[in-house]
Write a protein that binds this ligand. Structure first.
Ligand SMILES: *[C@@H]1O[C@H](CO)[C@@H](O)[C@H](O)[C@H]1NC(C)=O
Ligand SMILES: *[C@@H]1O[C@H](CO)[C@@H](O)[C@H](O)[C@H]1NC(C)=O
Ligand SMILES: *[C@@H]1O[C@H](CO)[C@@H](O)[C@H](O)[C@H]1NC(C)=O
Length: 207
């Protein structure tokens, strides 16, 4: 039933699929990009602009993913990105027109938030998050009133606190494991089916 050429084509097909499978599981388990907030505490002077750095490490494209900046004390949206566009429907009113993320930077996973005309209500905990691998990181904005700012403080927006290396969210860790198990099961099932087909093909060819 199976000619020699169709059997060798089958062999190439199996090898290619097996390689693809191995590559994708390896990529899933190792070297996944994580969101990093290099400055966990950022000082911002009243009336000035400030950037809240957040990026994927290693860099990875998030253009096709969701990106969220939230105030974690209120669990409300500061800035959001959906379907390749800013989505500011649920944005906290205080931030309207004052916050932005450079959309070009999303190509390399740079989700840095820029806040202009800093005001007192901007002080608080923030979370940067992307649906890509469900990774995120936290930081706090410290408000410095205009009259308390010192010459040196002006450029020194961020403190020297070492970055906190947040492990992936508990959910993300579990999701990874679930994805890995699903891939493993699918892979094993797939290999069994292929082997069964090949054996049947050989038997048919012999008889
Ligand atoms: C991210 O983008 C901001 C501007 O939006 C820029 O200042 C910053 O250097 C970029 N960071 C990285 C890691 O590319
Ligand atoms: C500015 O300097 C004064 C004393 O020179 C100090 O008390 C104050 O804490 C400083 N403010 C900030 C924001 O560092
Ligand atoms: C970051 O903030 C979120 C929301 O408040 C919280 O669930 C999470 O545990 C925080 N992560 C760290 C490392 O503090």
């Amino acid at each position: 039933m199976w000619s020699t050429s169709s059997r060798s084509r089958m062999a190439v097909f199996i090898v290619m699929l097996t390689l693809t499978y191995l590559f994708s599981t390896t990529a899933l388990v190792t070297g996944e990009p994580r969101a990093v907030c290099p400055n966990p505490i950022v000082e911002a002077v009243e009336g000035h602009s400030v950037s809240l750095p957040c990026h994927l490490d290693p860099p990875d494209n998030v253009v096709n993913n969701a990106v969220d900046w939230k105030r974690t004390d209120a669990n409300k949206v500061v800035w959001a990105y959906r379907n390749k566009k800013e989505n500011l429907i649920d944005q906290i009113a205080e931030y309207r027109g004052r916050v932005t993320v450079n959309l070009q930077g999303l190509n390399i996973g740079n989700m840095t938030l820029l806040i202009s005309s800093v005001k007192k209500s901007d002080a608080g905990p923030y979370r940067c998050f992307t649906s890509k691998l469900r990774t995120g990181c936290n930081l706090s904005l410290i408000f410095v009133p205009r009259d308390q700012q010192n010459g040196t403080k002006l450029e020194d927006f961020s403190t020297t606190t070492p970055p906190t290396h947040e492990p992936d969210e508990p959910g993300a860790e579990n999701m990874k494991r679930v994805r890995y198990i699903i891939l493993l099961v699918v892979g094993v099932f797939f290999i069994i089916v292929i082997v069964a087909l090949v054996i049947r093909g050989m038997n048919n060819a012999e008889s």
